[in-house]
Design a protein around this ligand. Structure first.
Ligand code: 5GP
Ligand code: ZN
Length: 142
């Protein structure tokens, strides 16, 4: 667990009610509110009340509760904004674009021709693919 920055954590402040948000949902462990800088209308953040840095240091039972809330919220949000689908995204680490060091799932509603583009793929040789797969599988047995 990463508690070093709790005092400065903007999401902890929102959870404590010290900063405002457009809250959509709250239970004992989880809160959901609108992203302040939405990628699309209805962009929602699902956030655990306990401060955890990212998905890797969050207890599995809390992640399970979060994904249940994500599903519930996604149903509501796409209906409410008339979206045709949604992207579910989590940034883990600076390199992945994580700006707020408190775990959060993004629910991003998607519309026909909304001009957002998904990542393009990289070409990897079959040897490189085999090497990567073997390394991952080796880690599993350790
Ligand atoms: P990340 O890049 O860490 O995955 O995403 C952080 C998200 O938090 C961004 O989409 C950003 O717009 C949102 N955000 C940052 N500060 C605030 C805030 O004070 N209130 C709300 N509602 N969202 C915020
Ligand atoms: Zn926090």
């Amino acid at each position: 667990m990463e508690f070093d920055n709790v005092m400065d954590c903007i999401f902890c402040k929102i959870i404590e009610g010290e900063l405002p948000c457009h809250k959509i949902y709250e239970d004992k462990r989880i809160i959901a509110f609108l992203d302040i800088n939405p990628i699309n209308k209805g962009h929602l953040l699902v956030v655990p009340k306990e401060h955890h840095l990212n998905i890797l240091d969050t207890p599995i039972d809390l992640l399970k509760d979060m994904i249940a809330v994500v599903q519930k919220m996604a149903f509501l949000v796409i209906e409410a904004v008339g979206a045709k689908g949604f992207n579910l995204s989590v940034s883990n680490g600076k390199e992945a674009g994580q700006m707020v060091d408190h775990l959060h799932f993004h629910i991003i509603p998607r519309f026909t021709r909304d001009n957002l583009h998904l990542w393009s793929g990289k070409a990897l040789s079959d040897d490189e693919m085999k090497h990567v797969a073997e390394n991952i599988k080796k880690m599993m047995t350790q």
